[in-house]
Design a protein around this ligand. Structure first.
Ligand code: NI
Length: 161
């Protein structure tokens, strides 16, 4: 495993639509291992393949404090959004040091393929639902900044509040 460089906002790769993964290869499996290592190392709760420069529909998520619930989603599709919404602070490893307030669905149901390319489904709410929506947006070249109400603030300002 190895750490990968995280692309920063302004990098054109972050605005591209990613391609479906058709089969699991050693190369893709290695990419997923590296994505987990890179996410945990950066203390993020999610990371999408384009953030490490690979235009494939893959993201990794772990929203637990203990960092013991790694979730890898390949070709994820949001099938259901709750009408109920949540509004809260959001950040992104590709937009370091900043946060913004984003309103998203409180719950989502996502269909995806796991590392064995088996179809699976996950229902998330709260932070997990937020992470799923944020990471899947990355696969379509979308950063949360376009959704941030009132723009971005420096994290140092947040901590002072
Ligand atoms: Ni992000």
């Amino acid at each position: 495993m190895a750490l990968r460089n995280i692309r920063i906002q302004g990098d054109p790769l972050l605005e591209k639509k990613c391609k479906e993964v058709k089969e699991m290869t050693d190369r893709t499996s290695g990419l997923i291992d590296d994505m987990f290592e890179t996410m945990y190392n950066a203390e993020g709760v999610g990371l999408a393949a384009p953030q490490v420069g690979v235009l494939k529909r893959i993201c990794v998520i772990d929203v637990t404090e203990e960092k013991n619930s790694p979730l890898c989603l390949i070709n994820p599709v949001i099938e259901e959004y709750s009408e109920e919404t949540q509004t809260g602070w959001e950040g992104c490893l590709s937009v370091p040091g900043k946060s913004g307030t984003v309103t998203r669905a409180e719950k989502v149901k996502v269909r995806y393929q796991d590392r064995n390319m088996q179809f699976a489904e996950i229902e998330g709410e709260g932070l997990l639902a937020r992470a799923l929506q944020h990471e899947i947006d990355h696969l379509d070249g979308q950063l949360y900044v376009r959704l941030a109400e009132g723009g971005l603030v420096d994290n140092s300002e947040l901590e002072e509040e």
